[in-house]
Ligand binder design. Structure first.
Ligand code: ADP
Length: 431
């Protein structure tokens, strides 16, 4: 059975049960109240008759007295033990109509004990109850129609957004597109919120998919150049390399250079893929100055260039040593690549952060490029032509690493003068 039908049937049924129970309650209470009132009146009448009987004498017209106390259209019987002594009664035969009776002892004229029995017909009360029953049944039947319609509207109200969600998901699955549900920008209930969350999820998935697509096309585009170079030099080697040593030498050198570049790029791509996963990050206490000195020494040994550490504060930070080192290596490597002079590493502190700045006095970066530096495969146009051997992936990796460590990177650069890359490191790890 469809959920809509279930909700519809259940709510209708529930409302009907409540209505029938209420109406039955009203009927029963009214019936009880009406009979009680009549019964009490009959009891009072019997009491009065009993005291009247005790004051009677032989001259009194008994029938007249009894008639005076007889309930309207009812009857009065007086029994002496099991035998009927006397009676007055209206024209009706009592057993044929609904009635109530009340029996009590009384003192007869000869001082003997008799039983008086008053009978009162309840025809009027029965008629009123009958009318009430009809009214309540009609009310129940008439109320069923709006209840039925209201529960139908309710089930639609609840299920319409869910149906729309289902339709959109189906459409997405069949067309392969990231379909969205049309909903108002503001307001709405919990179900509208589910649809809004769905739209947000679709948007994120679409962005993610586009990013991946772009990454794959960028990666294949970047790998195409070295492969083409390798292929053309290999062909040259085949054609003329066996006769001409110089050509062979040049070709093999080019092949070695390009394959190294490819190797480097593939390693960087793997690094990026790895950074997208959730890595195990171990925040440890790091003494800042010894840590920076160690990094600078390693760079110095590898590239035979001057890396000057200038940490103003003998401070510590909480970070992942390996990841922070990797991040600094990328920035220091760039500073080295794009400058000729020494590279400086400064460290200062604010209340919550330690600021580590990598400063070079090199070519600098044109302002319009700064906001794109952290995009994958992004290289400043001049550097593409200058063949510094980069791939445009270094800063993208740095950005991912910084994100994992809760670090933000600020860039300041003046063309022809140099660049400052500042890491804003939270002192206590993630803030
Ligand atoms: P690449 O492998 O090309 O160095 P990166 O992502 O590390 O890739 O850097 C992207 C681009 O940003 C570089 O191509 C370069 O043009 C520019 N860049 C990065 N660091 C510096 C710097 N210290 N000085 C000048 N330009 C820089």
């Amino acid at each position: 059975m469809r959920l809509k039908t279930k909700i519809h049937l259940l709510t209708t049924l529930l409302m009907l049960v409540i209505l029938v129970a209420t109406n039955s309650g009203i009927y029963i209470l009214y019936e009880k109240f009406a009979y009680n009132t009549e019964y009490k009146q009959l009891q009072t009448r019997a009491d009065e008759l009993s005291s009247a009987l005790s004051q009677l004498n032989e001259q009194t017209n008994l029938q007249q007295v009894l008639r005076a106390y007889m309930p309207t259209d009812g009857a009065v019987y007086i029994y002496d033990g099991q035998h009927l002594k006397t009676k007055v009664q209206a024209s009706l035969e009592m057993p044929d109509v609904p009635h109530i009776t009340f029996t009590m002892p009384a003192i007869w004229m000869d001082r003997t004990v008799v039983q008086i029995k008053l009978i009162q017909p309840m025809e009027e009360v029965a008629n009123t109850l009958g009318l009430l029953k009809v009214i309540l049944v009609v009310v129940t039947i008439v109320a069923t129609i709006p209840i039925f319609l209201a529960s139908l509207a309710l089930s639609r109200l609840i299920l319409l957004p869910l149906e729309r969600l289902n339709e959109t998901m189906l459409k997405s699955a069949t067309t392969g597109k990231y379909e969205k549900i049309e909903i108002p920008d503001k307001g709405g209930d919990e179900l509208t919120n589910i649809n809004r969350t769905f739209n947000l999820m679709m948007e994120k998935l679409e962005q993610h998919y586009q990013k991946q697509q772009q990454f794959v096309s960028n990666a294949s585009h970047e790998l195409k150049t070295p492969i083409t170079v390798i292929k053309s030099y290999a062909k040259l080697l085949l054609r003329r390399g066996f006769d001409n040593k110089e050509v062979a030498q040049e070709s093999l050198q080019a092949i070695v250079n390009e394959s190294s570049r490819m190797h480097e790029m593939v390693l960087q791509l793997l690094e990026l893929a790895k950074n997208n996963e959730h890595l195990d990050i171990h925040f440890v206490k790091l003494e800042l100055t010894p840590f920076l000195n160690k990094v600078a020494t390693q760079m110095q040994q590898a590239y035979h260039r001057a890396f000057v550490v200038d940490a103003e504060v003998p401070n510590y930070i909480y970070s992942d040593e390996k990841m922070l080192k990797q991040l600094l290596f990328i920035l220091l490597d760039n500073a080295r690549k794009y400058s000729e002079k020494e590279v400086h590493i400064h460290a200062t502190e604010t209340v919550d952060h330690v600021l580590i700045t990598i400063q070079d006095f090199g070519v600098g970066i044109p302002t319009e490029h700064v906001s794109h530096l952290f995009e994958r495969f992004y290289r400043v146009a001049e550097d593409r032509n200058r063949k510094t051997g980069g791939s445009g992936l270094g800063l993208a990796i740095a950005h991912e690493l910084a994100g994992q460590l809760g670090i933000t990177i600020d860039v300041e650069s003046t063309l022809g003068e140099g660049s400052n890359f500042t890491l804003r490191v939270p002192k206590e790890g993630q803030l």
